[in-house]
Design a protein. Structure first.
Length: 258
């Protein structure tokens, strides 16, 4: 009983406003990868990796639903797939910025409001996420690492160079190097703390999920294949983006190409 009370008090202190940063650092550290192996072909996966579960209240009454209609939005959603079929397609800066604008840009830039809503939901409209496109195969745009400036809808050049081999070390999946661009999504979770306190770390991941779906839908609409990445060497990616002394942390990545 005394041990239980000790841990309750410990986590209460960690969850307090002054120590939330400490809790986030601990949470991020213990859920980070330090070693990753190249993924085997799906045919070698154990059965528990492939089984899909469905919950059902089989003894209860149920109301049957209708099938999907053929309107444009529903067709787009039902056609969405994760695809790793990339063939070094050279993407233009116009396509990159179009995908960024529709997925994450300011929805009504000229509405005169101080709270400029973006194209995805965010807790309290605080928008904790940042996006770093890493261009691997570009048409009229150099290979390199960029930052998306949401306010100006522009790409800011951070580093020029070929980072394909480096990304293969960070996330050892061979298909990545054939993609056109990898969008690294980070969270500045401190933006959420003042309002949401201990709930902030949950909201950051929920927000990233909303953003990721937008990337999928807009990419598919423009004829691109898209695949999300959740497994990567966190510390190596932080170094690549020069975020070592920053309060930002990478939590998600989206690859796009043809």
């Amino acid at each position: 009983m005394k041990i239980k009370i000790y841990y309750i008090n410990l986590f209460s202190r960690l969850f307090s406003g002054k120590n939330l940063r400490t809790f986030w650092d601990i949470f991020y550290k213990i859920t980070s990868y330090s070693i990753l192996q190249r993924q085997n072909d799906r045919k070698y996966w154990p059965e528990e990796w492939k089984k899909i579960y469905y919950k059902s209240y089989s003894k209860n009454k149920e109301i049957a639903g209708s099938l999907f209609t053929t309107n444009e939005i529903e067709s787009l959603i039902t056609s969405r797939r994760s695809s790793r079929k990339f063939n070094n397609y050279k993407i233009s800066s116009a396509d990159i910025l179009r995908i960024l604008l529709v997925s994450s840009g300011i929805a009504s830039p000229n509405n005169g409001s101080k709270m400029q809503k973006r194209t995805y939901p965010s807790p309290g409209s605080l928008y904790s996420l940042n996006i770093y496109p890493i261009v691997l195969n570009g048409d009229g745009i150099s290979r390199g690492i960029y930052h998306y400036n949401v306010l100006r809808n522009s790409l800011e050049v951070l580093k020029e160079g070929d980072f394909r081999e480096k990304l293969l070390v960070i996330s050892p999946q061979e298909w990545i190097k054939y993609a056109s661009v990898v969008f690294i999504i980070t969270t500045s979770i401190d933006r959420l703390y003042p309002k949401y306190n201990r709930r902030s770390y949950r909201f950051a991941f929920i927000e990233a999920g909303h953003l990721g779906q937008n990337f999928y839908l807009e990419s598919f609409l423009l004829g691109f294949n898209c695949c999300a990445i959740g497994s990567f060497l966190d510390e190596e990616l932080i170094k690549l983006l020069d975020l070592t002394n920053s309060k930002e942390a990478p939590i998600y990545a989206i690859t796009i190409g043809k």
